[in-house]
Design a protein around this ligand. Structure first.
Ligand SMILES: [Zn+2]
Length: 959
């Protein structure tokens, strides 16, 4: 008896080749059933998500990061992990983010790179501090040390939980040595950075207008804002009485008309700004018996808005305007007149062309006031977001956002010319979901202007995915105001400065390189908590106090902490020592105005280098209808149960590769997840078939390419092309295309190639060249897909690797190195020939659709009408088998004759197929007089129930 594969004959359902052929099914043929080599493999057709956990404990996962890092290689690839916030459980966005990172890193490991992927966490900040205050059953702590201790514990437990999930997803990062922004090492780096920036003159304490969140009582960075496009503000047209000596037709008063949507800022008005580029006029409102100064362009709009005719009295030139002054209705007693100021930023696109200027509540207002020497030191809003006392008895201590505008409008109602509601986009605090204001306060700033040009020139050398975001980030950097880095909270890194106790506004800092070095040494020994636990006298050396002419007893430590964006903007420093630059930063689209910018600014400011060579942006996870996931809408999809029990990590990773690498928002719904699971099964089953076919086959060894027949050469050419295309897709980080091309390759591989070669695989002698050639191609197919799919679905590929190597403790298949398709596989001639043959095959298959069984009972005569096509086909004669023999196998016919010309009229055919298109040919099909071989089912036997010549030889040899 011949050596046959053991085990039950299993049919793999989805593959057409299994469906289309039933070997040895007839009674007379059953005796041959044990002589065909049906593939069988140890890879199960399905696997429960829980079984992935076993793999995670094996060296292929558990040791991968360490193993790859220990390899002798001088190729290094650094992915710098943007730190997620150490606050609660992970959401779908984290799954997208870390999976994309892991795919890139695994691909690089497969290519032989040592990969540096150190995960990190952003651990400080308000959301964690607020969690401490909201702890159930606890009294609200006020002691900074207690708050910090609880916040640290909370952040650490969130990190531990998140690591578990990331490990479960199969992410190969340095989980044993993550960076955390609350570690002492990180804090010391940050103090050092402050010193350097201060020495370089890039950091300063200033009184400037910045965003302030009354709801959270802290300053905010632009990146912490969310714009509500449906915010409703009161919109008012307001008049200020002008002090003038202009000659007019009547002696009515003149008013400057301004427009504002923040009436609460009117008490802070210091000037009216006009544009040097706009033409202004004085108009008479007869129904109101007064004159208004407005921009000429706004005349018609204002007439309709105010509902009153406005007749033009005269124009008023810029010079005249600049000499005018006006009185403020809340300061009539002081007889103080306020100025008109020329300002480039003023436009007439909305309002009146004259702009109300409240220097403490607008960046441009502040600049123009400062330039013109106006008072900028008194802010009318305190650090709770309330009016300070002394403005008006009715405003004292009242919230500016909650009712402030109404109170002011009521007080100044006589000066309001028109009032309506106005819906517009307005900044909100993303944490509290409440509106913010702009107000001046003493804060620490990084002078972005001083590093702006360097940032912009370095950005031009960075590779962006997608390329469009480069301009977006450049535009934002171009206009980015000074960056306020101080926050008035407890849970963060302290800004290491002191003030005189008497300096109530803390406007003159006591700080020097020496004082920071002194503190750094203290913190090295005792940790950063000493900032809160030790008296000031122990935190600053005597000589520094002396140099500032102050006694130690007279100073107080600053209570500001760093903005968390400063923390995260410094993370490159913990993984990119010296002049190292990360190969890639990869984060969600929100980081375009967040982390990508802060990291760049700090890296340029500290070492004149961008921190990254390339930047990749992915979209947000949204629900199936494209809506943002939110608890209040109830559409949040928790990824954890999907990973742990429903789909498993490979399916989720495949989902991310399919839908998450196109930079747009990622719609997550059941249907997409289900189709991804179906695709995963498809992958599993093709590889299962391949493993079965390779049983007993070690490797192709020194495959003699020249001896391969047409179809095998063709498939190697296809693999070569696929390899080229996938490498390009990986270089473009386009994983969606990898999946699309993989699916289409696998479809063709199974429905075309395997369907044809299965006869050889199943029925040829075990050691025949034909059979081992097919096995070689299947082997290379597996190796090629190992290159490209194992980074995406590592659980399946590690499982395959363990089966192939019969080693439960095998190291990761990524460490076997890159499989390079030999260039000899590129064969355009073979591709051309197979192009013609596939066209012929398609025509025959269409006509003989009813004959679904493997061997079609036809002989064919193929007539090429064009000499060149005939000759092209004939060039493949040099292969091991003659062309007609190969054609009968590829076309799955009993016999094929190839002809250049024939008198079509003189021959009869059961089926006649003509093609007049780009490759004109005629095919004559006739029922064969041969019988079906009971072993291989091909129509090659001379008599019914006789074995065909090949099968007869196989059986005789082994008997
Ligand atoms: Zn046979």
């Amino acid at each position: 008896m011949i050596n046959v594969y053991s085990g039950p004959i299993k049919l793999i359902k989805w593959l057409n080749l299994f469906k289309s052929r039933s070997y040895c099914s007839s009674v007379s043929a059953k005796k041959w059933s044990k002589t065909v080599f049906i593939p069988a493999s140890d890879l199960p057709s399905r696997k429960a998500p829980k079984s992935e956990v076993d793999l995670l404990e094996k060296p292929c996962f558990y040791n991968l990061y360490r193993d790859q890092n220990g390899r002798p290689s001088d190729k290094l690839f650094v992915l710098h992990d943007g730190p997620p916030y150490a606050n609660g459980s992970l959401h779908f966005g984290h799954v997208i983010n870390k999976t994309l990172k892991d795919i890139i890193c695994r691909y690089k490991i497969r290519q032989g790179y040592k990969v540096n992927f150190i995960p990190g966490w952003d651990c400080h900040g308000l959301p964690i501090e607020l969690k401490v205050y909201k702890e159930k059953g606890q009294s609200i702590p006020t002691d900074p040390l207690e708050i910090r201790q609880k916040a640290r514990k909370f952040a650490q437990s969130a990190i531990d939980e998140q690591i578990k999930v990331f490990r479960r997803m199969g992410i190969a990062a340095d989980w044993d040595n993550p960076y955390t922004t609350f570690s002492n090492e990180f804090v010391l780096n940050q103090l050092q950075a402050f010193k350097t920036l201060y020495q370089k003159g890039l950091i300063h304490r200033s009184f400037l207008p910045i965003y302030f969140s009354p709801s959270n009582k802290t300053t905010l960075a632009e990146s912490e804002l969310e714009y509500n496009t449906n915010h409703t503000s009161p919109s008012i047209f307001f008049q200020f009485k002008v002090n003038h000596n202009l000659t007019l037709r009547t002696n009515h008063d003149i008013y400057a008309l301004i427009w504002t949507t923040t009436p609460w800022t009117l008490p802070a008005n210091q000037a009216i700004a006009f544009s040097p580029k706009i033409e202004y006029i004085i108009v008479f409102a007869s129904e109101l018996s007064r004159y208004f100064i407005i921009a000429k362009e706004n005349l018609l709009d204002l007439q309709s808005k105010l509902g009153t005719p406005l007749s033009v009295e005269r124009t008023i030139c810029n010079e005249e305007l600049s000499k005018l002054s006006y009185s403020h209705p809340m300061r009539l007693d002081s007889k103080q007149y306020l100025p008109f100021l020329s300002a480039e930023y003023v436009t007439s696109s909305k309002g009146t062309g004259l702009v109300h200027c409240a220097p403490n509540h607008g960046r441009e207002d502040f600049d123009i006031a400062k330039k013109n020497g106006l008072s900028i030191n008194n802010c009318i809003v305190d650090d709770n977001g309330n009016f300070v006392s002394g403005l008006h008895s009715e405003l004292d201590g009242k919230s500016v956002l909650e009712g402030g505008s109404s109170l002011v409008m009521n007080l100044l109602k006589d000066e309001i010319v028109h009032k309506e509601d106005f819906v517009h986009s307005y900044p909100y605090d993303w944490r509290s979901g409440k509106p913010v204001i702009i107000k001046t306060s003493q804060q620490w700033f990084i002078d972005v202007g001083k590093v702006r040009d360097k940032c912009l020139s370095q950005l031009k050398t960075v590779n962006f995915f997608p390329s469009g975001i480069q301009n977006k980030i450049c535009d934002e950097i171009s206009t980015r105001p000074p960056w306020c880095i101080s926050r008035q909270r407890v849970w963060g890194v302290p800004i290491p400065v002191f003030y005189r106790k008497e300096d109530v506004n803390k406007s003159i800092p006591i700080v020097s390189s020496e004082s920071i070095d002194y503190l750094i040494n203290k913190v090295k020994e005792n940790g950063i908590e000493i900032w809160w636990s030790s008296p000031e006298s122990e935190l600053i050396p005597d000589q520094v106090c002396k140099s500032f002419g102050v006694n130690k007893e007279e100073i107080v430590a600053g209570r500001d902490i760093f903005d968390v964006w400063f923390d995260s903007g410094m993370t490159w420093n913990s993984v990119l020592a010296g002049d190292k630059i990360a190969d890639i930063y990869l984060e969600g689209v929100d980081q375009c105005h967040g982390w990508f910018q802060t990291s760049l600014i700090l890296s340029i400011a500290l070492r004149d280098l961008a921190p990254y060579k390339s930047v990749y942006v992915h979209g947000f996870a949204v629900d199936g209808d494209g809506r943002k996931m939110s608890k209040s809408v109830g559409n949040v999809i928790d990824p954890l149960p999907l990973i742990e029990s429903k789909y498993g990590s490979d399916v989720m990773r495949l989902f991310v590769a399919r839908y998450g690498s196109h930079h747009g928002n990622v719609k997550v719904d059941d249907e997409k997840l289900k189709t991804t699971m179906t695709l995963m099964l498809k992958f599993r089953n093709i590889f299962k078939f391949c493993l079965g076919s390779l049983r007993g086959f070690d490797s192709p060894g020194k495959l003699d390419y020249s001896k391969l027949n047409l179809i095998n050469k063709y498939m190697l050419h296809q693999l070569w092309s696929f390899n080229q295309s996938c490498q390009k897709n990986y270089n473009d980080n386009d994983f969606r295309n990898i999946i699309t091309e993989s699916v289409s390759f696998i479809d063709d591989f199974s429905s075309f190639y395997l369907k044809i070669v299965k006869d050889s695989l199943y029925c040829d002698p075990l050691d025949s060249i034909g059979r081992s050639s097919c096995q070689s191609v299947i082997y290379y197919f597996l190796e090629t897909f190992n290159n490209f799919l194992s980074p995406i679905i590592p659980f399946l590929f590690e499982e395959i690797n363990i089966i192939r190597k019969k080693d439960n403790k095998a190291a990761s298949c990524l460490l076997d190195g890159w499989f390079e398709c030999p260039s000899i596989w590129k064969n355009d001639q073979v591709s051309l020939i197979m192009g013609i043959i596939r066209l012929i095959k398609e025509s025959i298959d269409n006509e003989t659709e009813d004959n679904k069984h493997f061997g079609k009972p036809f002989t064919a005569t193929i007539i090429c009408h064009r000499k060149s096509d005939y000759e092209t086909l004939k060039t493949s004669e040099s292969s091991s088998d003659n062309l007609e023999q190969q054609l009968s196998e590829i076309l799955q016919l009993s016999q094929v004759k190839l002809s250049q010309s024939i008198d079509l009229e003189s021959v009869e055919a059961d089926i006649k197929i003509s093609c007049e298109e780009s490759i004109p040919f005629t095919i004559l099909l006739n029922k064969t007089n041969k019988s079906s071989c009971p072993r291989c089912r091909r129509y090659l036997s001379r008599l019914p129930n006789d074995l065909c010549h090949r099968c007869d030889a196989v059986i005789s040899k082994h008997n």
